[in-house]
Design a protein. Structure first.
Length: 239
């Protein structure tokens, strides 16, 4: 059973999330993982590097690899700065529902056209959704997508996962994104849909997302409740 490092990291991640590995114990050592997965030590090391980069595990020299407990003991949306998964994927086992506030096809503004690298004559979907987790509102998403690049978006698609639709129905692969993150005071819409007071902030993530072809397919703003979201950034010293 020879497995690539991506498959091994996915399996270890699943084991951590399911509680197969205890939080207060180190993971099996590299030699044990090499034997279990019938692969090289370098493959295991790369798999663990992926999990370390995601902030899921950390290495303690001379003691082994440990699980970052806060990643799995929180009701927050937990996202690494290098992830472009879509909201539904981030929430994994939780029940995600959508409330569609707006869905229209429009000509983009010069700003939107610039971010998507399209002409102002190229029509775009413009939709606003409230995303709920276990029936609690977490985030308001406002998104622009070129209709030629992502055809077939409908209200029923928007009630589910757009990224899953792109992958499974259109065969498109999301490669990455560029984000800007800032705090803003809650607007009237934030207060109404997210249950915030006007004194409370929202965390705004402005994002341009790209396909593996390098073409931008999404320009979006996600306005998160301040108490339901956290971002992890991990710096790895290669020495």
């Amino acid at each position: 059973m020879h497995m690539k490092y991506q498959a091994i990291s996915e399996e270890i991640r699943h084991r951590i999330e399911s509680g197969f590995y205890p939080l207060d114990q180190p993971l099996p050592d590299e030699h044990s993982l090499v034997e279990e997965f019938s692969c090289s030590r370098m493959t295991v090391k790369r798999a663990l590097d992926v999990l370390a980069a995601e902030g899921i595990v950390y290495r303690k020299r001379g003691h082994g690899t440990f699980i970052v407990q806060s990643s799995f003991q929180s009701d927050y949306i937990h996202v690494g700065t290098n992830e472009t998964l879509g909201f539904t994927s981030l929430m994994q086992e939780k029940k995600v529902t959508s409330k569609l506030l707006l869905f229209e096809i429009i000509a983009p503004t010069p700003e939107v056209a610039s971010y998507l690298a399209i002409s102002e004559e190229t029509s775009v979907y413009h939709h606003i959704r409230v995303r709920c987790v276990d029936n609690n509102p977490h985030v308001i998403e406002e998104t622009y997508m070129p209709i030629t690049l992502v055809p077939g978006i409908t209200p029923s698609v928007l009630n589910q996962s757009v990224y899953a639709y792109m992958k499974e129905e259109l065969g498109l692969k999301v490669a990455g994104s560029r984000r800007r993150i800032r705090a803003e005071q809650a607007t009237e819409l934030d207060q109404k849909e997210l249950g915030l007071s006007k004194e409370e902030p929202v965390l705004v993530i402005e994002q341009v997302a790209y396909l593996n072809t390098g073409i931008a397919f999404e320009y979006s703003f996600a306005r998160h409740r301040f108490d339901k979201f956290e971002i992890t950034t991990v710096n790895i010293n290669g020495k």
